[in-house]
Design a protein around this ligand. Structure first.
Ligand SMILES: Cc1cc2nc3c(=O)[nH]c(=O)nc-3n(C[C@H](O)[C@H](O)[C@H](O)COP(=O)(O)OP(=O)(O)OC[C@H]3O[C@@H](n4cnc5c(N)ncnc54)[C@H](O)[C@@H]3O)c2cc1C
Ligand SMILES: *[C@@H]1O[C@H](CO)[C@@H](O)[C@H](O)[C@H]1NC(C)=O
Ligand SMILES: *[C@@H]1O[C@H](CO)[C@@H](O)[C@H](O)[C@H]1NC(C)=O
Ligand SMILES: *[C@@H]1O[C@H](CO)[C@@H](O)[C@H](O)[C@H]1NC(C)=O
Length: 401
């Protein structure tokens, strides 16, 4: 299955630029994907990039930059290869994934590990995803489950933080759910990891306005503070609401996310645009609306922007930055204002059978529902009827927390 690294490119290290150029030239000439070794632990890479503060995240995992970096990856080589993309010339470069047996099951995996007997997984990496001006902190946490806790895109894991439940001394903490932000193949494309997008829950005393660490969220802080090699108790996978319907590869998927609600959509989009999955060739439209506070709070923006450049006919991406942009009447720009802006198209797509998904904080739904209702009324439609029709047709998918 693995193609062989061309003999004349050995031995490492060649100068980075040479390796990169040769790789690009080769893939352009032969039209055959050129495999390069990949370093699965990109923490040093993305951390240093992050300090430059010009990054989103993980784009390095699959851009041509990877080719250039293949010699530094040398030291931590795993016996695994991914396709290395040439830069602009390939219109839809995709990454090979394995094991493809992860496509075989007819039903999604569910509750393989229960709260009483969680699986002990290992932290691979923890990366801050947001820039310095973001209010709060959001982390990308990669967890190695050794292939033992498989899941499908849109499902969640449970995490049981270490320590004692203060409300029930002697017993473990309650489980917390986190949407999985990777595809079933994980960020290293080998089916052995799962990634979470975790926002640190921080408590500010309403009177003093000061942070009170004793009241900070237990599990989110445990995850964001964890280090590579640390153990983490996981349960699941769980959830069927947000599974990506794949019966029609040409379907339209409208995804509305606020903050970490983007997690399941990152998984969908990697499956649609990044990975080469023989049994799922996406030819429809994916449209992501992402609402965050400001530009520094955007999550996985480079990854999404790359899809936009490479798949302009199949992907749309609209950002609502509440603290930086204004809506039409000068208020803060929320996702519902973006929805309103494109409401004609959205309603037309829904009438044509599009799926619509909502994920993020509970508080997002009332404003969105109000907007949809208002738009429906302007169009002379009954929103209540439309909504029940969408639900009946299984076009309506909500996971808010
Ligand atoms: C289906 C589902 C999917 C989810 N997906 C994600 C996801 O992808 N990413 C994500 O980040 N989260 C997600 N969540 C939320 C996640 O499960 C947790 O609820 C969240 O991380 C907070 O858990 P915690 O243990 O950090 O906080 P907890 O310890 O449970 O505390 C909860 C809140 O109470 C506050 N608090 C603690 N003590 C006090 C006190 N004495 N007085 C007042 N306030 C106090 C904390 O600061 C915190 O804000 C999801 C939830 C669900 C149900
Ligand atoms: C970030 O990128 C822009 C343009 O790509 C560049 O002008 C700027 O200097 C970079 N900033 C840092 C901190 O590297
Ligand atoms: C999806 O679209 C492609 C390209 O237009 C077409 O070849 C294919 O038959 C379609 N597949 C389905 C299942 O409709
Ligand atoms: C814009 O923001 C204001 C204030 O939050 C809100 O009342 C209004 O409904 C929003 N949308 C539009 C299109 O004005």
């Amino acid at each position: 299955m693995f193609a062989v690294w061309p003999e004349f490119l050995r031995p490492f290290p060649l100068p980075k630029v040479v390796v990169g150029l040769l790789t690009m030239a080769l893939s352009a000439l032969s039209q055959v994907p050129v495999p390069v070794p990949i370093n699965t632990d990109t923490s040093s890479l993305s951390t240093s990039l992050f300090k430059n503060n010009n990054v989103s995240f993980h784009n390095k995992l699959w851009t041509s930059g990877l080719c250039l970096d293949s010699n530094i990856a040398n030291s931590r080589l795993k016996k695994r290869f991914v396709v290395c993309m040439s830069v602009q010339q390939a219109s839809k470069p995709k990454v090979g994934v394995s094991p493809l047996s992860l496509e075989d099951a007819k039903e999604p995996p569910l509750h393989l590990y229960k709260n009483k007997e969680p699986y002990t997984a290992t932290i691979v990496s923890v990366e801050r995803l947001v820039g310095p001006k973001a209010p709060g902190e959001t982390c990308h946490v990669v967890i190695d489950h050794g292939g033992n806790v498989p899941y499908w895109e849109g499902q969640s894991y449970g995490v049981i933080p270490p320590g004692e439940n203060p409300k029930k001394p002697g017993t473990p903490h309650n489980v917390r759910l986190y949407s999985i932000a990777s595809t079933r193949y994980g960020d290293s494309f080998d089916g052995k990891t799962a990634s979470l997008c975790v926002r640190r829950a921080v408590y500010y005393d309403p009177e003093t306005g000061k942070e009170d660490p004793s009241k900070n969220g237990v599990c989110s802080n445990f995850l964001c503070d964890s280090k590579p090699g640390d153990k983490v108790q996981i349960t699941g996978p769980s959830g069927k609401i947000m599974l990506l319907p794949e019966d029609n590869p040409n379907a339209t998927h409208i995804m509305i996310a606020t903050g970490t609600g983007v997690a399941p959509f990152r998984g969908y989009l990697r499956r649609m645009f990044m990975e080469s999955v023989p049994t799922f060739k996406f030819g429809g439209l994916a449209w992501l609306f992402l609402g965050v506070a400001n530009g520094d709070s955007l999550l996985y923006d480079e990854e999404f922007s790359k899809y936009l450049r490479e798949n302009p006919d199949n992907f749309r991406y609209d950002r609502a930055l509440s603290r930086e942009q204004k809506n039409r009447s000068g208020g803060k720009m929320y996702v519902q204002d973006k929805i309103e802006e494109y409401s004609d198209e959205i309603f037309r797509l829904l009438d044509g059978g599009a799926h619509i998904y909502f994920c993020g904080l509970k508080g997002m739904m009332p404003g969105i529902q109000d907007t949809l209702k208002k738009v429906a009324e302007q169009r002379g439609e009954s929103w209540d009827e439309k909504l029940s029709q969408l639900k009946k047709n299984k076009q309506w998918h909500v996971e808010v927390y």
